[in-house]
Design a protein around this ligand. Structure first.
Ligand SMILES: [Zn+2]
Length: 175
């Protein structure tokens, strides 16, 4: 810290000056006039006071440094927590996307399979001729075995061609 360095430098100068003055006038007391002595004493007291002030400024600076350091630590902590949170959210989203994609793929596959089965059924129907249900005494053929018209009757499955040849007409419920 520049201010701190400056103050410490000044403090050192003040201490050196104080020591120099004290020794200076111990050494030269004999030759000093009363007024010179008083001036030197006054200067020494002023310097002592400055040293105390500088010391207190240093303490203030140290405290400030502590506070700034604590603030910096707190900020870093918060930034890290935020970064962690974002990373977690990102991972959760990626996982959700992955699952959604997998589900969508499965669904698409199922649809494809289902379409394939339907196509195969259609081909089979064309090849074998459509099968229908008829009842013994009825005069209609039904696509649906559970049709209301025949569900309580004895039914047999025949080709549509055969059903028509026996005089049956298409059921209006089924067709
Ligand atoms: Zn029917």
């Amino acid at each position: 810290m520049d201010i701190k360095k400056l103050i410490e430098k000044n403090k050192n100068i003040a201490i050196i000056l104080t020591i120099a003055l004290v020794f200076g006038f111990i050494g030269g007391t004999k030759n000093m006039t009363k007024s010179e002595y008083n001036t030197a004493l006054d200067t020494k007291q002023k310097l002592d006071k400055q040293v105390v002030e500088i010391d207190s400024k240093i303490e203030e600076c140290k405290k400030e440094v502590e506070i700034l350091k604590a603030q910096k630590d707190e900020k870093e902590k918060k930034a890290k927590a935020e970064a962690d949170r974002i990373l977690k959210e990102k991972k959760a989203k990626e996982e959700a996307d992955r699952i959604a994609k997998a589900e969508s793929n499965t669904q698409a596959q199922q649809e494809t399979n289902s379409n394939k089965v339907d196509d195969e059924k259609s081909v089979l129907t064309i090849l074998l001729g459509e099968k229908v249900w008829i009842s013994e005494k009825g005069n209609k053929y039904h696509k649906n075995k559970k049709c209301v018209d025949i569900k309580s009757k004895k039914v047999t499955q025949v080709s549509i061609k055969e059903a028509k040849s026996k005089g049956n007409k298409a059921c209006k419920e089924c067709y």
